[in-house]
Design a protein around this ligand. Structure first.
Ligand SMILES: NC(=O)c1ccc[n+]([C@@H]2O[C@H](COP(=O)([O-])OP(=O)(O)OC[C@H]3O[C@@H](n4cnc5c(N)ncnc54)[C@H](OP(=O)(O)O)[C@@H]3O)[C@@H](O)[C@H]2O)c1
Length: 284
């Protein structure tokens, strides 16, 4: 483990590549011991090697297997971490996909299941440890794409295969869910010393667009792409600098930003929280 006097521990999902990779490396440089949760140990090894080299410690980064499209894998990932009986100061719900159509192992719409419900369960399972480790933070990488979900949440559609041609509408819904989740989590965590942040990283040149049809990609590129290094800056700001009393808010360019009207609907946020709880409990 990190040998500094007060070791800080972070768990980040989807850190083998893209925004998550930069976030994990920078946190390790700040002295965090980082747990990189993802689908492939092999594809995460290069990041772990980089972190070990940068920190000069072979105990500064570890891999945890995690498939967010399978809630049993989420439970196993949390159990593996909890079995180490370590504190947890920072949970970064970073992993995400756009444009992959279908359903998760437990039958949820793919983007919603991976981007929201998998992270919802992971956070629930780690909450007691986060609270016991306070001050601690939960950072959820959402997106400006939540603006597409202006009609809110269609509860039935969330349990069906992706309907839209490109999957981008469902991506927007999943990112709305990220913001609603983070806002309600702040209420649940009030007074515990654990604060929570949702953010838009910018439009970043990463693999997240790999499943989006080729004809749509030039449209995305027209919006001006950031590098992954630039794209990680708001995650790092929320993880390391944002004031703890700003818990539950949404950030863009390392500043508080007002999300869509529907993303500010506290009743919808509570409804999503209760429904998500029911869904994950039904699959346990
Ligand atoms: N790039 C942008 O312009 C942009 C804009 C707004 C928001 N975001 C958000 O930023 C976050 C990071 O994305 P990125 O742009 O860095 O994309 P990325 O390079 O594609 O990284 C996404 C990460 O998520 C992981 N992941 C995908 N599906 C998973 C699953 N079922 N289980 C576990 N891990 C899974 C990927 O793992 P594999 O390598 O195994 O696939 C990868 O590590 C996402 O939440 C994304 O929605 C990105």
């Amino acid at each position: 483990m990190n040998t500094s006097a007060t070791p800080r521990i972070a768990l980040i999902t989807g850190a083998n590549i893209g925004i998550g990779r930069v976030t994990a490396v920078r946190l390790a440089q700040q002295g965090y011991t980082v747990f990189l949760a993802g689908r492939s140990a092999q594809r995460t090894q290069a990041v772990i090697d980089d972190i070990h080299a940068l920190t000069g410690s072979p105990h500064s980064a570890f891999f945890l297997p995690l498939q967010l499209d399978d809630l049993s894998s989420v439970r196993e990932c949390a159990a593996l971490f909890l079995a180490r009986q370590l504190p947890l100061h920072l949970l970064i719900n970073n992993a995400g996909l756009a444009g992959l159509k279908g359903q998760t192992r437990q039958g949820f719409e793919m983007a919603f299941g991976v981007n929201h419900l998998g992270h919802f369960l992971l956070t629930q399972l780690l909450l007691p440890t986060l609270k016991a480790s306070a001050p601690a933070r939960v950072v959820t990488v959402a997106s400006r794409a939540h603006l597409m979900a202006y009609q809110g949440l269609d509860w039935a559609a969330l349990q069906q295969p992706t309907r839209s041609l490109t999957g981008t509408a469902e991506y927007g819904v999943s990112k709305l869910a990220n913001i609603l989740f983070s806002a309600h989590l702040a209420k649940v965590l009030a007074g515990t010393g654990v604060s929570t942040y949702a953010l838009h990283p910018g439009v970043v040149d990463t693999e997240v667009w790999r499943e989006v049809p080729r004809w749509l990609r030039p449209v995305l590129r027209l919006r001006g792409l950031l590098t992954p290094e630039e794209g990680a800056q708001t995650s790092l700001y929320c993880a390391l600098q944002a004031p703890a009393d700003e818990s539950g808010l949404y950030y863009d360019k390392s500043r508080v930003k007002t999300p869509s009207r529907i993303a500010q609907d506290s009743q919808l946020a509570e409804q999503l929280w209760k429904q998500s709880l029911q869904w994950v409990e039904a699959t346990s």
